[in-house]
Design a protein around this ligand. Structure first.
Ligand code: OAD
Length: 254
């Protein structure tokens, strides 16, 4: 089924996974990676987003990284992030599996979030194992206090492996899902792109929200061609955040 008309509603499912990509935060003003205005159109990831680049020129990588931190720090979560957090407050089992590093799901109130590609707001020291959460702002001190090596952004760069425990937790969530909603991802980056297929194998209904067709569109049961905020507004119809869960259950029964 293509187009924005669907009878499916989130309230009719019980184990829901939101699988999100850069398009989720596009309406917050954060550029996506590919397509018009995409980050990788303007910046060569071989110079700014891989271990070799960091080993070669950590200052250049940090300049790029701090630019991204300052850009995201000026933005705020959008209505779509808020609706997903509302679904988690209202429904029994809701998981967010995100490729995004902006932290906006948690900022909007989501608690059960697996960040597949790390976080803009964490740094680590690969020399001494130090690890630190940071403010949502450019980082002024980019060396580790313990050993004075450069902090490394705790982000999955090109060529890096995903953190094992995060990938395992995300995989378990999609295996158990009865609904997976992919929002704003081109579906070209592995291994993340395979998660919807795992959900499908487990019997989940798959919905794609994206204004554009993607390479993975054919795998979805329903494709909603619109923005994250518009389509989530439709799919969350019938969920009422203002009622405690027990009252909401009772109301559904009447
Ligand atoms: P992409 O930039 O590849 O894809 C973004 C998708 O969002 C596109 O398919 C757009 O059509 C769609 N989109 C744009 N605006 C939208 C909106 N308002 N609502 C819904 N969808 C919209 O981003 P990702 O798929 O997230 O990895 O990219 C995956 C990974 O590649 C990223 O996590 C990043 C990147 O390299 C790392 O940095 C490790």
């Amino acid at each position: 089924m293509a187009g924005v008309s669907t009878d499916l509603r989130i309230k009719d499912f019980s184990r829901i996974v939101f699988f999100t990509g850069a398009g989720m935060s596009a309406e917050s003003g954060i550029p996506t990676y590919r397509g018009k205005g995409g980050i990788w159109k303007e910046y060569d990831y071989n110079r700014y987003a891989c271990q070799e680049a960091f080993d070669r020129d950590p200052d250049a990588v940090w300049e790029f990284h701090n630019y991204r931190r300052s850009l995201v720090a000026q933005c705020t979560p959008n209505r779509g992030h808020e609706l997903i957090a509302m679904v988690e407050r209202t429904m029994p089992t809701v998981t967010v599996v995100t490729q995004n590093i902006d932290g906006f799901h948690q900022y909007a109130g989501s608690k059960n979030v697996h960040e597949l590609h790390g976080s803009l707001w964490r740094v680590r020291c690969d020399q001494c194992g130090n690890y630190q959460r940071t403010e949502m702002a450019p980082l002024e001190e980019v060396t580790c206090m313990a050993c004075h090596a450069h902090w490394r952004p705790d982000i999955t760069w090109f060529g890096d492996s995903l953190r094992h425990e995060v990938l395992m937790a995300a995989t378990a969530a999609v295996e158990q899902a009865d609904l997976l909603i992919a929002i704003g991802t081109s579906g070209v980056v592995m291994p993340a792109a395979v998660l919807p297929l795992i959900a499908k194998k487990g019997g989940a209904t798959l919905i794609e929200i994206n204004p554009q067709e993607t390479e993975m569109s054919d795998a979805y049961d329903v494709t909603l061609r619109g923005t994250a905020t518009d389509m989530l507004t439709i799919l969350t119809e019938g969920l009422d955040d203002s009622l405690p869960q027990a009252a909401a259950d009772g109301r559904q029964g009447t």
